[in-house]
Design a protein around this ligand. Structure first.
Ligand code: SF4
Ligand code: SF4
Length: 70
C-alpha cells in the first residue's frame, strides 16, 4: 500500500491476466504486474499513480479500486 494511494485488485472479480491483463498493459507507471493469475500490485510504485483512470476504464469486470488516502 502506498502512502497516498491504495490500489487494489478485487480477486473475486478479476478474470485473470491470461484472459485480460489490461491493467498491466495500460498503466503508465507500472503499478500492476504478473504473468499469470491475478495481477499483483507493486507497492513501491503505488504513489506514482496519476489517477489517469485507464485501468478502471479498461477493467470490464470492475475489479480495480483506487483509494486516495489524503
Ligand atoms: S489510474 Fe492510471 S496510473 Fe493509476 S493505477 Fe490506474 S492506470 Fe495506473
Ligand atoms: S483489467 Fe481488471 S480483469 Fe483485467 S487483469 Fe486487470 S484487474 Fe483483472
Amino acid at each position: 500500500m502506498g502512502l497516498f494511494i491504495a490500489v487494489e485488485v478485487l480477486k473475486d472479480k478479476c478474470v485473470g491476466i491470461d484472459e485480460c491483463g489490461k491493467c498491466i498493459e495500460v498503466c503508465p507507471v507500472q503499478i500492476f504486474a504478473g504473468e499469470h493469475g491475478i495481477p499483483s500490485i507493486i507497492s513501491k510504485n503505488e504513489d506514482e499513480c496519476i489517477l489517469c483512470d485507464q485501468c478502471i476504464q479498461g477493467c470490464k469486470p470492475n475489479a480495480i479500486s483506487i483509494g486516495k488516502k489524503y
